[in-house]
Design a protein around this ligand. Structure first.
Ligand SMILES: Cc1cc2nc3c(=O)[nH]c(=O)nc-3n(C[C@H](O)[C@H](O)[C@H](O)COP(=O)(O)OP(=O)(O)OC[C@H]3O[C@@H](n4cnc5c(N)ncnc54)[C@H](O)[C@@H]3O)c2cc1C
Length: 475
């Protein structure tokens, strides 16, 4: 029996390809009503005074929602925009349009789960069914070779068992034409950045890539990285880079908001392996996507513990909560050029390389001893690819309170700088006040004499800060 009308509530699945709730609704209902809801709680300030969702992220989100609206229009439908708490406004909307059911994709973390539960309850009381779909990972939850409570605490074990015993499901097709939204059903207009007290920032010319939200640009990025520029075959060798569009895939912002599906990426890797080349690099991109899966399943297994001080290890509270030090880190003013360059890139563009993230996170928790949750919250605000599980999972890992078999995750910043930015080009890009210092010396202005610095136009303590901590030897 077909439903007469089903509301599809889009969340972090802002796409029409490989979208389980949308495709299933298109099969099971005579009418599908796609909805997106802007939840005001996303835009509140954190206890440290910065917004939970900063302007880079909001801009990317607005573009992604706008593009989804366009794609749905191309399919004959539209996207209804709601504003308010979904458990209230979406519930009221579903009641008003006399929907038989509401379909949506399942999330794993507490805030999202609470909303799901309240919505389900509110709709159930009115006799409206709800169905949630698992769709954010490569491996489907139901295909894991262990129950969620038994997800291995060590990544390698998780990966090996999944690779051996679980198959990756095929993507869902884009639904055929959808019905037009019936007359009289309307939503609100797409909000603007300033509605959330945020300002539009011009794209920084130094950005590794001009990131635009939405399925169209996510798919375009894959076409460019895999097929046009043929980068996948070298991914493993280049993935630790810092400068330029193609050292890594840059898929993460689109993955985080669901503009591109990981299973679609997987299928394209397989196609590339058949048509172009199969090697360690092509496998490595899938390997990294399994990391992404892993953090999601670990979050589902451990619930709220991933946000707590002791993480999933329940260690003691050894952390400092010094706002002055924290803001020096956040603003890229620690006096350690490699750290500052990365933080400035993040602030200016909303993106930072994986190598950079590991270094700045390690510096905050290991060298400054600051509460790791402050760092994670700052990343949450700034990163255009913020993903609740990957972010908090990686931070737990670096802070030594996650599921890492190695106890000490200390990154020697200067050794890392020597390995990944030997000539200092990365720092030179992001810290113009040090530009005059040649070669690797740009990483160690604090080791140069006042005379040398003066000849390069640098005055430590005035044009660039003294280091907050003495760095460990790097050779
Ligand atoms: C402290 C810290 C915080 C992080 N926060 C986030 C976050 O909020 N969102 C996010 O997507 N990634 C996060 N990462 C992981 C990683 O840095 C980014 O996924 C990666 O840099 C994105 O660039 P890319 O798409 O070019 O990656 P590529 O190297 O091209 O990798 C391909 C994809 O694999 C996945 N991936 C790669 N590395 C990781 C990893 N370590 N953990 C989980 N997934 C991974 C991502 O989906 C990525 O898009 C964090 C890492 C650290 C150390």
């Amino acid at each position: 029996m077909k439903f007469r009308r089903v509301v599809v509530w889009f969340r972090n699945d802002l796409r029409v390809h490989d979208n389980a709730p949308l495709f299933t609704a298109s099969q099971k209902a005579e009418e599908v009503i796609p909805v997106y809801c802007f939840d005001p709680r996303w835009f509140e300030d954190t206890e440290l005074g910065f917004p939970k969702m900063g302007s880079h992220r909001v801009k990317f989100l607005l573009e992604a929602v706008d593009n989804l609206k366009e794609s749905l229009k191309d399919l004959g439908s539209d996207l209804i925009i709601l504003k308010g708490n979904p458990e209230e406004v979406l519930r009221d909307f579903a009641i008003e349009v006399e929907s038989d059911a509401v379909y949506f994709s399942e999330e794993v973390t507490s805030e999202e789960k609470k909303v799901e539960a309240a919505l389900e309850q509110g709709l159930w009381k009115k006799g409206i069914k709800t169905e949630s779909f698992w769709q954010s990972t490569l491996f489907h939850l139901e295909d894991l070779p262990f129950p969620i409570s038994q997800v291995p605490e060590v990544f390698t074990q998780f990966r090996k068992e999944c690779e051996k015993y679980a198959a990756i499901r095929k993507t869902f097709p884009v639904p055929g034409n959808l019905q037009a939204i019936p007359n009289g059903i309307a939503g609100e207009s797409l909000p603007e950045l300033k509605a959330y007290g945020l300002e539009k920032q011009n794209s920084d010319p130094r950005t590794v890539l001009v990131f635009a939200g939405g399925e169209r640009d996510g798919l375009k990025r894959l076409q460019t990285y895999f097929w046009k520029n043929d980068c996948l075959k070298n991914y493993k060798e280049t993935r630790n880079g810092l400068l330029g569009a193609d050292y890594s895939s840059k898929f993460s912002p689109w993955l985080a908001m669901g503009c591109i599906s990981p299973r679609y990426i997987y299928e394209e890797v397989k196609k590339y392996e058949k048509e172009r080349k199969k090697n360690q690099s092509t496998y490595w991109l899938i390997f990294e996507l399994i990391w992404r899966d892993y953090f999601r399943f670990i979050a589902k297994k451990h619930g709220n513990r991933i946000f707590q001080l002791g993480g999933i290890k329940s260690n003691v509270d050894k952390w400092l909560r010094n706002e002055d030090l924290f803001w020096k880190w956040a603003n890229g003013k620690t006096g350690i050029p490699f750290v500052d360059a990365n933080m400035r890139e993040l602030n200016a563009t909303g993106f930072m390389s994986n190598r950079g993230r590991q270094n700045v996170a390690s510096f905050l928790v290991n060298d400054l001893g600051i509460d790791w949750r402050w760092g994670a919250a700052y990343f949450e605000s700034q990163l255009i690819d913020y993903d609740v599980c990957s972010n908090w999972g990686n931070w737990m890992y670096v802070a030594g309170v996650g599921n890492d078999p190695r106890e000490n995750r200390y990154f020697n910043i200067l050794r890392q700088a020597q390995q990944y930015d030997k000539k200092g080009d990365y720092v030179r890009t992001w810290i113009p006040e040090l530009q005059g210092i040649a070669g690797f010396d740009i990483h160690i202005p604090f080791e140069l004499s006042t005379k040398e610095l003066k000849s390069k136009g640098v005055n430590l303590g005035s044009s660039y800060p003294h280091p907050l901590v003495k760095m460990r030897a790097y050779t």
